[in-house]
Every structure is written in structure tokens, then in C-alpha cells.
Design a protein around this ligand. Structure first.
Ligand SMILES: *Cc1c(COP(=O)(O)O)cnc(C)c1O
Length: 330
């Protein structure tokens, strides 16, 4: 794909409408979006999306749509939510309430219930996680809907931050559901996490009927101005397209099965070595007590408070785990 870098390509504007610019990879981008739309069971005649610069932009887009639909809405998100969310909420000037998390990183639905019941007059905008950053906790869409139904909330919006889980859960049998049939209205997925694009990127998907209320036609570029960025990367959609063609659904399934196996192995071996490690069901992130600085720096471990984690991505092998444990025991 290197050759493509010799062209000043630009996907400026809406991926589904052709711009005046001409030198773009929109056809590839649309194929990528189609693939993800199928993966998350989006209604085939009512989805929209684009390839973003990363998870943060996809989350911003989802929140932006929600705010345009419900200008008086209040955003509910758990304590374990990624730091990009408080930034996005500040930039969008949205009312927000932080909900408690359970110890495994998942939202506390009792607290969600209590919070929504105090602010009942404002439409809730639920920011759910399919894989929190530190503990890879999954918020249960069914539980969230139960809370909304119990309180007889007529209007609400659910956005899912599936930065990591968006590319792992659909390939794991029996994993929690967060597709469009569950009532989710937008999704943000990372392209540089599980897919492993060498250039940061992401995918955002939303219901087209909602997007129609936000998009504005711009004559200058001959396209709908429905994206956060104006000029957009034309190279990353091709990287994603290539990875999808190379792996296919079954290829990803095999890859992710390997990740889950490594994570299970890690929990077992850590515990055998007397280190208190654990992981959520269907997760590939192993959480354990924060080790000393030398080990964290050597292995580039992400640390927060008294925790550290290893995300068992495809390049992490059982040997890697054994090596880390050896270092932890010194
Ligand atoms: C990585 C991550 C993001 C977004 O990250 P970008 O750096 O913008 O791609 C958002 N949410 C979660 C849960 C993440 O793990």
C-alpha cells in the first residue's frame, strides 16, 4: 500500500457522497463501513458512518448527535469511562453525571437508576462502554434498558464506546450484545487497537435518520458536511479495508480466540505465581497489582492507582507472559 502515499488523496466530507476533489478512497471507506454495519446488525437502509482519526472522535460524534437530538439531554457515564469523554463533554457543553462503577469496571445499574430518577425531566444520554480502558469492563445494555423502562423514560439515546470490544466481542461466542438491534444508536470503534492500523484511526457508525438532522450541505467541496474533521485521511480506510479482506470474519475469530486463550493462561499463571490477577469474562485484559517502576517501564505496562494491566493482543504470547511473571517475582 506504500505506493498510495505518493498521492495527495483526501476523503473530505461525507463518505457516501462523491466530492469535487476526485482523488479519494471513498469506495474503500464505504466497503469498510458496510462490513462494520453488518457486524453490528445496523439496519441496511438506515446507517451512516465514517472512518475517524480514532476512538475519541467517534465518541465525540456520538455525543454530538445525541446533543442535537436532545439539546436538554444529560450524559450518564461510569467512573471507569475513558478520559476522552470528560473532554468531549466539556467541548460540547453538555450536562453530565458520573455514575458509580462496580469493582469489575462495569457500570453500577442501581446508581444509574438513582441518578436518572433525580433528573427525570431531562432525556438521558447513556454513554456505555464495551471495554473500559483499565479493566475492560462491559456495560450491560439490557440492564441499562431495564433501568430506563422501570423509570418509564420515554426518550433516550445510547452511544457505545467499543474502542476495543468492538473488534473482539462480535467474534467471541456468547459475549454481551451491543449491536443496533439492542437499541444502541451509535458506536465508536478503534482501528489501531485490535485491527492494529499503524496510523491511528477509528470507525463511527450511527443511524442515518439521526445524522440527517445534523448534516449541512457545503457547496465548496461538493459534499455533505456531516463529519467532525473537514479534510480526512484517505489512507487509513484502505489500511482497514486491507485488514478486513486479509482476515475476514473467520480470520479475526481465530485471532481473537488466541487472545482469549493467552489471557486465560495469564490469569492462571499469575495466580500460580502468587500474584492476584483477574479478568472479566470475554475480556482479553488481565488486571493485577501495580508492580515496581522498573517492571512497568520495561514492559510498558499501563498503570493506574494500585493497578496494572496486560492487554493480550495478538503479539502477546504465552512466552511473553512467562517472562513478565519472571520479572515480577524478582
Ligand atoms: C483507547 C480508547 C478510546 C479512544 O482512544 P483514541 O486514542 O482516541 O483512539 C476511547 N475509549 C476507550 C475505552 C479506549 O480504550
Amino acid at each position: 500500500l506504500f505506493n498510495l502515499l505518493s498521492y495527495p488523496a483526501n476523503n473530505v466530507g461525507d463518505p457516501f457522497s462523491s466530492g469535487y476533489y476526485g482523488l479519494d478512497s471513498r469506495d474503500f471507506e464505504v466497503e469498510v463501513l458496510e462490513w462494520f454495519a453488518k457486524l453490528y446488525k445496523a439496519p441496511s437502509d438506515n446507517y451512516w458512518g465514517y472512518v475517524t482519526n480514532g476512538g475519541t472522535e467517534g465518541n465525540m460524534y456520538g455525543l454530538y448527535l445525541a446533543r442535537e437530538l436532545y439539546p436538554k439531554g444529560v450524559v450518564y457515564y461510569s467512573q471507569d469511562t475513558h478520559y476522552s469523554v470528560s473532554k468531549n463533554i466539556r467541548m460540547l457543553n453538555m450536562e453530565h453525571i458520573m455514575v458509580k462503577s462496580r469493582r469489575n469496571g462495569e457500570m453500577d445499574y442501581n446508581d444509574l437508576h438513582d441518578m436518572i430518577s433525580t433528573w427525570r425531566s431531562a432525556p438521558p444520554i447513556i454513554f456505555a462502554n464495551m471495554g473500559t480502558t483499565m479493566k475492560e469492563g462491559f456495560d450491560d445494555i439490557d440492564q441499562i434498558k431495564k433501568v430506563l423502562n422501570k423509570l418509564a423514560i420515554p426518550e433516550y439515546y445510547i452511544h457505545v464506546d467499543a474502542a476495543l470490544g468492538g473488534m473482539t466481542l462480535p467474534f467471541i461466542d456468547g459475549s454481551p450484545k451491543f449491536d443496533f438491534t439492542t437499541g444502541v444508536q451509535s458506536l465508536s470503534i478503534s482501528g489501531h487497537k485490535m485491527i492494529g492500523s499503524p496510523i491511528p484511526c477509528g470507525i463511527v457508525l450511527a443511524l442515518k435518520s439521526n445524522v440527517g438532522r445534523v448534516a449541512r450541505a457545503v457547496e465548496y467541496v461538493g459534499s455533505l458536511d456531516s463529519t467532525v474533521s473537514g479534510s480526512r485521511n484517505a489512507f487509513t480506510p484502505v489500511l482497514l479495508w486491507y485488514a478486513i479482506k486479509e482476515n475476514g470474519f473467520n480470520g479475526f475469530k481465530k485471532l481473537i480466540r488466541g487472545c482469549v486463550r493467552t489471557a486465560d493462561y495469564a490469569v492462571k499463571k499469575f495466580n500460580e505465581a502468587g500474584i492476584n490477577a483477574w479478568k472479566n469474562d470475554y475480556a482479553i485484559t488481565v488486571v493485577f497489582p501495580r508492580p515496581n517502576e522498573d517492571v512497568s517501564i520495561k514492559w510498558k505496562l499501563a498503570v493506574q492507582d494500585n493497578m496494572a494491566h496486560i492487554i493480550c493482543m495478538p503479539h502477546v504470547t504465552k512466552d511473553t507472559i512467562d517472562e513478565i511473571i519472571k520479572d515480577l517475582k524478582i
